[in-house]
Design a protein around this ligand. Structure first.
Ligand code: C2E
Ligand code: CA
Ligand code: CA
Ligand code: CA
Length: 276
């Protein structure tokens, strides 16, 4: 038994070494990828529930890996978050999106609200708001078209500092959306005190909203709450006409999901906007 215990120990520690090694490699290649400009951004259109007209888009980062091809954010954002690289990557995404938005405006593309994901670690940097102000100033983007998506979890930590930062962001005239709403621990009190413009209902509640009474009740409650707090509401992950009808009947404001659009390249997005 002792022998087996030792073998198990060896097995696990080797396993852990492999994991740690893989992580270090991924971290190194993430850092190199930033330097080599291997990241790019796609845009998923968001429509009004009432008229299904495109009113906004969410910017989503991808990694064009030299050997593995396109890598989706769920495979590298969590690691980037652990290693602080998320701050550099997040800064890159925000700057890139703002630069593009300014180019679109200059070439006569109709104004479109674009939201950018901000990770908790990025938001908690002492100079985050200053960096946003700097990027807005340097790119010349219209801040009223820019929205930052923050998850409820990242807002709930360090609530005092959070409220200050959010009000400073509002002074810059950027919009603030609460992402993945309902998936973390939310407090209605906080929601009331935060200067939030929009709430995005997490995809997990939308998925079975037409079949599962609990999800239905939750989505209805979130919409009612948002309405009473004068918040706009976006439903994410909408894939079926039944889900669309459900949300329309409950006066949800906006819809994002594969039923209408998948994330698009910048080129495809501009084609779409011109065709509207
Ligand atoms: P998220 O912020 O919740 O973004 C929405 C995700 O849901 C996107 O996945 C989008 O492609 C996917 N989605 C949209 N509609 C549907 C649908 O109808 N069905 C299904 N099954 N999925 C749908 P994506 O692009 O893989 O991004 C995953 C997550 O990675 C994002 O979730 C966000 O948390 C993170 N992420 C993406 N870009 C950035 C970024 O620039 N910065 C940070 N910090 N995180 C990012
Ligand atoms: Ca998001
Ligand atoms: Ca989300
Ligand atoms: Ca998510």
């Amino acid at each position: 038994a002792k022998e087996r215990g030792r073998n198990m120990y060896n097995f696990f520690s080797q396993e852990m070494n492999v994991k740690a090694h893989e992580r270090m490699e991924l971290e190194t290649s993430l850092r190199a990828a930033l330097e080599r400009d291997e990241f790019f951004v796609e845009f998923q259109p968001i429509v009004t529930a009432r008229t299904c007209k495109v009113v906004a888009a969410e910017a989503l980062v991808r990694w064009n890996h030299p050997e593995q091809g396109r890598i989706m954010p769920d495979s590298f954002i969590p690691l980037a978050e652990e290693t602080n690289l998320i701050v550099t990557l997040g800064d890159w995404v925000l700057r890139t999106v703002c630069r593009k938005m300014k180019q679109w405006a200059d070439s006569g593309v109709p104004p479109l609200r674009v939201s950018v994901n901000v990770s908790g670690m990025q938001f908690r940097q002492a100079n985050f708001v200053d960096d946003v102000a700097k990027i807005i100033g340097e790119t010349g983007v219209d801040p009223r078209l820019l929205e930052l998506e923050l998850t409820e979890t990242s807002l709930m930590e360090h609530a005092d500092a959070t409220v200050k930062s959010l009000f400073r962001l509002k002074e810059l005239e950027v919009g603030i959306a609460l992402d993945d709403f309902g998936s973390g621990y939310s407090s209605l009190t906080y929601l009331k005190n935060f200067p939030i413009d929009r709430v995005k209902i997490d995809r997990s509640f939308i998925k079975d909203v037409c079949e599962t009474p609990d999800d239905k009740a939750i989505v209805e409650a979130i919409i009612a709450l948002a309405m009473s707090l004068n918040l706009y509401i976006i439903a994410e992950g909408v894939e079926t006409p039944e889900q669309v009808a459900f949300l329309q009947a409950r006066n949800c404001d906006e819809i994002q999901g594969f039923h209408f659009y998948r994330p698009l390249s910048e080129e495809k997005l501009l084609e779409l906007l011109k065709s509207l």
